[in-house]
Design a protein around this ligand. Structure first.
Ligand SMILES: [Fe+2]
Length: 313
């Protein structure tokens, strides 16, 4: 039972408020650095899949907080309290982003992410020990995830907290759409026939999950793709609809809601930028260590060669 809902919050509305091109630069430069080296690419995806593995859990938590808030979101046209309560309608829109995970016999996204990481490990010729070393979550990432959990959850019956969390959620979907598309662009288009793209073309690995076969890159393109779209664009639409419904069914003014939405949006933007900057630093450090190691090996080899030469002559 939906009544006319004004589309005040739209994707374009946020595109005018935020410099997405600037935010995308941080993402693209990190992926470009990572794509240069198999170890860095493994590190990148270990961090990125780990960060995203919390999405369904925290989105469900927000949907739960909204649906627990009985009589907070009401249809102003209804004079009967029990008939007016529309909280579950809003919660259902938020939850649809989490329900993609393993719904209707589709595989859980974590299984797809794990498969991609397995193939990346094979590409980098990493041993189990090396893969487990990468899985040791650094403090910076632990901190980022703790903040994601706090900001996503929302407090039941607290309108400000719920709207802020909905703004945080919308930012994660809108930026997620751009992240996956950029990853697809850099790894499979800019580096076509090179590096990991070449490995995928030569090996043609697939895995059977829930009765369907999936390629390693499925985890990326299910969410979004270069010059296309995926689940994240759909989730963004649901998240904006949830905000428009909140505007219709809550007592707060447009201006007040926008302030709260932006508070949450800003918090996610800051965390997303921190996530990619930290991965960039980790990749840079890894490349430098690798370069130093190979330089030392070369020096050791040439010293060994001169000793041999001295013995011969
Ligand atoms: Fe999503």
């Amino acid at each position: 039972m939906h009544y006319f809902i004004e589309q005040y919050f739209t994707e374009e509305y946020f595109e005018e408020l935020y410099d997405f091109a600037e935010l995308e630069r941080t993402v693209a430069s990190t992926v470009r650095l990572a794509a240069k080296d198999p170890l860095c690419l493994y590190l990148f995806f270990q961090r990125y899949t780990h960060f995203n593995s919390y999405a369904s859990a925290v989105i469900s938590r927000l949907a739960s907080s909204i649906s627990l808030s009985r009589y907070l979101f009401n249809n102003p046209e209804s004079t009967v309290t029990e008939q007016a309560d529309r909280g579950m309608d809003i919660a259902a829109l938020v939850l649809s982003a989490a329900a993609d995970e393993g719904a209707n016999e589709s595989p859980v996204h974590r299984a797809l992410a794990q498969y991609l990481l397995k193939i990346l490990g094979d590409y980098g010729e990493l041993s189990s020990e090396e893969r487990n070393q990468f899985a040791e979550i650094p403090t910076w990432l632990r901190d980022v995830i703790d903040e994601v959990i706090i900001n996503y959850s929302g407090t039941p019956n607290n309108l400000r907290s719920l709207v802020k969390a909905m703004g945080f959620h919308l930012a994660s979907e809108m930026l997620g759409d751009r992240e996956y598309a950029l990853i697809d662009m850099v790894v499979r288009h800019e580096n076509k026939g090179l590096g990991f793209d070449s490995y995928l073309r030569q090996n043609r690995n697939t895995v059977s999950l829930n009765g369907h076969r999936y390629k390693p890159w499925a985890w990326v393109v299910i969410h979004s793709r270069h010059n296309g779209s995926g689940a994240e664009a759909e989730h963004s639409e649901y998240a904006t609809s949830a905000l428009n419904m909140t505007l219709r069914y809550s007592s707060a003014s447009k201006e007040q809601l926008m302030v709260w939405v932006q508070e949450g949006f800003d918090l996610f933007v800051e965390l997303q930028q921190r996530l990619f900057r930290e991965i960039f630093s980790e990749c840079l450090k890894l490349s430098q260590e690798k370069a130093m190691f190979s330089e030392n090996s070369k020096t050791a080899m040439s010293t060994e060669n001169s000793k041999t030469e001295m013995l011969v002559y």
